[in-house]
Design a protein. Structure first.
Length: 175
């Protein structure tokens, strides 16, 4: 096994602090909170940032779950043995947050922070790529030859269904 690079320790700690900051701010109602006067404005007058915060802040349960996941991942990042599971959980979450930040014009600072955390998690995953490939791909059992044809048939049906749904949806959406 390769030696663990020192920069990954520091990267884990920095990402842990950032994740903890964002998670705790959700748990303590300092993030995804919109002032009451915003609800009085016509929806068409709100910018993407305000709409996004209003939408995601509407459900307190969602906000608390997201905050708890961020704090949990931050805690997992503090230890080498649990950093891989933290990265696996954090990547899709931060990727989604980045997409929201980009397409709903959330502040550039928040987007840079999300990009930094996401990049850090990708570096952690890259360092552990052999373990991930073994666990998720090469270590998986293969299909027996007797069930392989049946599985290909089912996959083909699923693919035809998806294509049919796409075509039907496109045809039905045009008047």
């Amino acid at each position: 096994m390769k030696p663990y690079p020192k920069y990954l320790d520091w990267l884990r700690y920095i990402c842990a602090v950032l994740l903890c900051f964002y998670g705790v701010s959700k748990l303590t109602r300092h993030q995804l909170v919109v002032p009451p006067w915003v609800a009085q404005k016509p929806i068409g007058s709100l910018d993407g940032y305000t709409l996004t915060w209003y939408y995601f802040g509407y459900s307190h349960t969602y906000k608390y779950i997201l905050g708890a996941i961020q704090v949990t991942c931050a805690a997992l990042l503090l230890f080498r043995k649990s950093a891989l599971i933290a990265a696996v959980i954090t990547v899709p979450m931060m990727f989604n947050i980045m997409l929201i930040n980009i397409f709903y014009t959330i502040s550039p600072g928040a987007n840079r922070t999300a990009a930094f955390i996401l990049g850090g998690m990708f570096l952690l995953l890259w360092h552990q790529r052999e373990v991930l490939i073994e666990t998720l791909w090469t270590g998986q059992p293969t299909e027996s030859s007797s069930t392989q044809k049946r599985h290909w048939f089912v996959r083909g049906l699923v693919l035809l269904f998806v294509i049919g749904e796409l075509v039907f949806g496109m045809v039905m959406s045009h008047p």
